[in-house]
Write a protein that binds this ligand. Structure first.
Ligand SMILES: C[S@@+](CC[C@H](N)C(=O)[O-])C[C@H]1O[C@@H](n2cnc3c(N)ncnc32)[C@H](O)[C@@H]1O
Length: 244
């Protein structure tokens, strides 16, 4: 039996297990639903996020909560064959799909995917020129700790880039999108995958910090030059910052 998570009441280990089990269940249809529900716009969002990371050939990058490795594969283009991209995620079924995706892309042997937790990254301090996280930070139990871990593993001068769903602010788009996201999306998700997961999605976005609050958390952790930009009328936001 699957139950929907009440984000307002569930914290800590209960949320962690719920999230990991949920992604394990939806993994086989995850990429399909991403393309269907976003009308393939998610590729554009990831492209913009990759550009924000400002990677150069030969760099080493980390993609946290990498899932099926779409962003890791995209970053690999920027670091080239002399660079390295590591993706980390705590859900093995998602990573397995990422592994075969990365393998299929010829010339992208520089991608390594690792099973691990965003709150305890299995990497030495000061290892990466850039750390990215796409649609992952919303799912972690402790956002501040996750950013602190990203800060730790970055080299001085390195960039963090966070792509995440947001809440559009301008009417009438806000109301139209709210109807789609909260009423239609769970139904479409249920047709192709597990409805509870696609009920969790809008609920988790609803309880996620506002753009300004997220930027504040990043600054508190120690990032400087923290900025954000909205894409697609505020459906998603990309926050970035620098480790001084
Ligand atoms: C919505 S998916 C995003 C996947 C991918 N980044 C993308 O853009 O499609 C969220 C991912 O975060 C992972 N995740 C959530 N909490 C995590 C944690 N504490 N440590 C590692 N991975 C985590 C989940 O397993 C899942 O694969």
């Amino acid at each position: 039996m699957s139950i929907a998570l009440d984000e307002s009441k569930v914290i800590g280990e209960q949320k962690r297990s719920y999230v990991r089990d949920m992604f394990a269940r939806i993994a086989p249809r995850y990429d399909l639903l991403n393309s269907l529900l976003s009308l393939r716009i998610h590729h554009y969002w990831r492209n913009v996020a990759a550009r924000e990371a400002n990677l150069q050939q030969g760099d080493t990058a980390l993609d946290v909560c990498t899932g099926t490795a779409d962003l890791a594969v995209r970053l690999a283009r920027d670091v080239g064959t002399s660079g390295t991209v590591i993706g980390v995620d705590f859900c093995e079924p998602m990573l397995r799909l990422g592994w075969s995706k990365a393998r299929k892309r010829s010339g992208q042997r520089q991608i390594t995917l690792v099973l691990g937790d965003a709150l305890q990254l299995p990497f030495a301090s000061g290892s990466f020129q850039a750390v990215t996280v796409a649609f992952g930070i919303r799912n972690v139990v402790d956002i501040r700790k996750a950013f602190a871990e990203m800060w730790r593993v970055l080299k001085p001068g390195g960039r963090v880039v966070c792509l995440e769903f947001s809440r559009p602010r301008r009417q009438p788009f806000r109301a139209i999108y709210h109807f789609y996201f909260h009423r239609l999306l769970p139904g479409i998700g249920g047709l192709f995958s597990h409805r509870d997961a696609y009920t969790y999605l809008p609920t988790s976005v609803q309880y996620f910090p506002e753009r300004e609050q997220l930027a504040h958390i990043m600054r508190e952790v120690g990032f400087t030059a923290v900025t954000w930009r909205e894409l697609t009328m505020g459906i998603v936001c990309i926050h970035s910052g620098v480790k001084p």
